[in-house]
Design a protein around this ligand. Structure first.
Ligand SMILES: *[C@@H]1O[C@H](CO)[C@@H](O)[C@H](O)[C@H]1NC(C)=O
Ligand SMILES: *[C@@H]1O[C@H](CO)[C@@H](O)[C@H](O)[C@H]1NC(C)=O
Ligand SMILES: *[C@@H]1O[C@H](CO)[C@@H](O)[C@H](O)[C@H]1NC(C)=O
Ligand SMILES: *[C@@H]1O[C@H](CO)[C@@H](O)[C@H](O)[C@H]1NC(C)=O
Ligand SMILES: *[C@@H]1O[C@H](CO)[C@@H](O)[C@H](O)[C@H]1NC(C)=O
Ligand SMILES: *[C@@H]1O[C@H](CO)[C@@H](O)[C@H](O)[C@H]1NC(C)=O
Length: 381
């Protein structure tokens, strides 16, 4: 018994009693709306997202954090994505023709003593093309905490031109595992199995306001009370596949735009995705009109402060987004952050919502929680 405890305590956080805190770095990126919607289409298996006019671009924030892989550690900047499951990074190839990954950190198995080949091929459709490679196993470290024998993908092919210039190297999926659908469990499962956390909970703090590069924090093992104020409101997961739950209702002014809607919390999604009818209903209710050039819902930039709030009832909590929160500015255009996700049967709450509300993903109790994000006063706009 004592021996077991000693072994357990050897490298375990449990014994250190702390939270694992990964700082998030904020980038301003030019996004191609058509690509953003394709990403959602693939992640959530939506067959008919409306094709968007290809010219529509906007500037928005992205939040990435550092992880390391291998022994000795190799650095990667990844998107922490609650809407997907696999961890993948580019593989180092010694041929000169692999331009897709040229600017990115590339995992070099030959330089890692803990690398093991798995060999199973993996394939993911991605935006304007696909990503492919094979699976390997290695040690992955999150904020210095080691997780052994993590199965993840190393990509050898990705034809998407936008990725070439993107600041991030790969994606770390954080959704639920289904062995009949997924290549390997999300890394959080390894973390849980190796008993490295006090609670099997992780929380996202996205700091959208503010001009510093510090963009928030991913906390593993619990919640960080420094980053929210007031009470956390929880709601049970309705389908343990994505982080999906039921929203009691949503209103714009007196207009009800959702009644017992299914909603997915997705940290890797830009904006808020709505099924086609809801998309029209919500955008009309906020007073947006269709811009004939881009077919996007837009508002008069001078009137953002007068736009109605959208109010969500989630569990026993009320959450609102104001015009300041849900409108995106690009040059002189003010575009609605409510996007059309076609025939989907659910809403997707992305960074617009998670930026305003600190979001807790609780594996132990199969629930998500929200509380108002604390805006850091020393960070100026
Ligand atoms: C994706 O949707 C199609 C059509 O609705 C369905 O046949 C298929 O099983 C779905 N795939 C997954 C992985 O859910
Ligand atoms: C945006 O994405 C669409 C669809 O993939 C593509 O046709 C278009 O060229 C992209 N725009 C740019 C500037 O990359
Ligand atoms: C990881 O794999 C190595 C080699 O197969 C094994 O010795 C070690 O016990 C494994 N570690 C864990 C935590 O499973
Ligand atoms: C896993 O996916 C399969 C195929 O879509 C489905 O039949 C099964 O119910 C899923 N299992 C769980 C635990 O969700
Ligand atoms: C949420 O799930 C827990 C058990 O997992 C249950 O006790 C509780 O009643 C559920 N809450 C609601 C509002 O359904
Ligand atoms: C950002 O600041 C504006 C103006 O102070 C405020 O209205 C908005 O709610 C803030 N956004 C978030 C996500 O806190």
């Amino acid at each position: 018994m004592l021996k077991t405890l000693l072994i357990l305590c050897g490298s375990l956080l449990l014994c250190e009693g702390g939270l694992v805190k990964i700082p998030l770095i904020k980038f301003v990126e030019e996004k191609n709306l058509s690509h953003e919607l394709q990403k959602l289409q693939i992640k959530f298996n939506i067959t008919d997202i409306a094709t968007m006019p290809p010219k529509y671009h906007y500037l928005d924030f992205s939040f990435y954090g550092k992880i390391t892989i291998g022994t000795p550690p190799q650095d990667f900047l990844v998107l922490f994505d609650t809407g997907s499951h696999l961890l993948w990074v580019p593989l180092k190839t010694y041929t000169l023709d692999n331009e897709d990954f040229g600017r990115h950190h590339q995992y070099d198995p030959e330089k890692s003593q803990t690398y093991q080949l798995n060999g199973q091929p993996f394939f993911m459709i991605y935006e304007s093309g696909y990503l492919s490679g094979h699976l390997v196993e290695d040690t992955v470290s999150l904020a210095g905490k080691e997780i052994q024998n993590v199965t993840f993908g190393v990509a050898t092919y990705r034809p998407d031109a936008t990725f070439r210039y993107a600041p991030y190297d790969g994606v770390m999926g954080m959704s639920f595992f289904n062995s009949s659908l997924h290549y390997a469990p999300p890394i959080f499962y390894d973390l849980m199995k190796q008993h490295k956390l006090e609670e099997n909970v992780f929380s996202f703090y996205y700091l959208r306001n503010g001009s510093t590069r510090l963009g928030g924090e991913l906390t593993l093992g619990g919640i960080n009370p420094d980053h929210f104020e007031g009470q956390l409101h929880y709601v049970n997961i309705s389908r343990k596949y994505h982080w999906q739950f039921e929203v009691e209702s949503a209103h714009v002014n007196k207009i009800q735009v959702c009644k017992k809607c299914q909603v997915i919390a997705d940290t890797g999604c830009n904006g808020i995705g709505l099924p086609r009818d809801d998309y029209h209903r919500v955008n009309r209710a906020i007073g947006a009109t269709i811009d004939p050039e881009t077919y996007q819902f837009v508002v008069d930039c001078n009137k953002i402060n007068q736009l109605p709030e959208i109010t969500f009832k989630i569990g026993d909590g009320i959450f609102t987004l104001s015009g300041q929160d849900y409108i995106k500015r690009l040059n002189n255009r003010c575009v609605s952050g409510f996007h059309n996700i076609g025939s989907a049967k659910f809403w997707i709450l992305g960074d617009l919502f998670i930026g305003k509300y600190y979001t807790v993903f609780d594996f132990d109790k199969s629930r998500v929680g929200f509380a108002k994000t604390k805006q850091n006063i020393q960070i100026t706009i």
